[in-house]
Design a protein around this ligand. Sequence first.
Ligand code: SF4
Ligand code: SF4
Length: 409
Amino acid sequence: MQTQLADFIRDTPEGREAEGIVRKCVHCGFCTATCPSYQVLGDDLDSPRGRIYLMKRALEGAPVTEKTRLHLDRCLTCRACETTCPSGVRYGRLVDIGRALVEARTTRTPVDRIFRGALAFALPRPRLFRFLVGLGRLARPLLPAALKAKLPQAKPPAGEWPAPRHARKMLALAGCVQQSLAPSINAAAARVLDRFGVSLVEVPGAACCGALRFHLNYQQQGREDMRSLIDAWWPRVERGEVEAIVMTASGCGVTVKDYGHLLGEDPAYREKAARIGALTKDLCEVLPLEALPQGVASGRVAFHSPCTLQHGQPLGGAVEARLARAGFELTTVRDAHLCCGSSGTYSLLHPAIAQELRSRKLAALNEGGPDSIATANIGCLNHLQAASPVPVRHWIELLDQALQRKMPA
Ligand code: SF4
Ligand code: SF4
């Protein structure tokens, strides 16, 4: 698409990047077939093609309205469109730029501002979030149904975390929400990696990766979270103590891997961010397939591959291969490329669309009659679990359980 950028953005790094991306789009519309918001809403302006057009107009200086912002807000940032696009349009990068531009030129209602502000304040603060979750559990009978469904009944016990005993060490991110809702995930990862000669270590003070606030369009605050996390990890990275930084939540992984780009304009952090990004691996990447024992597990499992794993990183098929090798019977999942509707805070901000996508996803996941559903991201796990007829677990917890049963340490 030909683009004539307006003066205010033409000679900026964002302007140059956005122009390069928009020019690649040939408006073919192939991406609409895999766009979840278009599938639910049926409006071309809620498809990647429509949103690219809206962002192009905004970049050219056309007036932007609340309606423009709504169409961008309703994007799940799932990046299924990137996987589908034959022209290599990097939609995810473009929508970050477009959202910042449109946010700065429109005014949200006071209720919208307060709700988004409260989420941006509370979610990245683990202590506050843990306190609110505890409070929510006590007041469960009084909560509205939507919020009640989001609150897990009880925190699962984490189990033992093996003492660091191996020369090979990797860092794990406790994360902001995950450490309150499911500390069992990182503990299971630590136990499994310990069997394969790797000690997993969490660094105190390493909390939110920045994705939550960044995607709520508090981009500067999101970058502050990224810098804080880099500061917490940097001494160990600089001393060369860690082989990798392991992500058990693919939503965090896709962001931390991109730190080099996200902080690329910050001279104080640019190099550190690129180093941290290069060290970052999803959990499935540090667990070599051929090292896994075969046939130690049993049971039918439907795997929900989070968008941040299959489109964002992209590591589609990697977890499935590990579960199958361990002996789980993986059921076929229709439309496995489609988002479940969780997407960070999306399910709280756009509950009707999120719940429709979840209903469709759970119907597809349950078609094969699984005993359980496995996934790789706390957001998807929590969102699906709230309405699932079968248990939803992180895949490493299933693997850990199977190994403990068949191969006690
Ligand atoms: S598939 Fe790619 S080139 Fe075609 S409309 Fe979508 S983003 Fe543009
Ligand atoms: S990121 Fe997902 S929801 Fe957003 S336009 Fe692309 S396919 Fe649609």
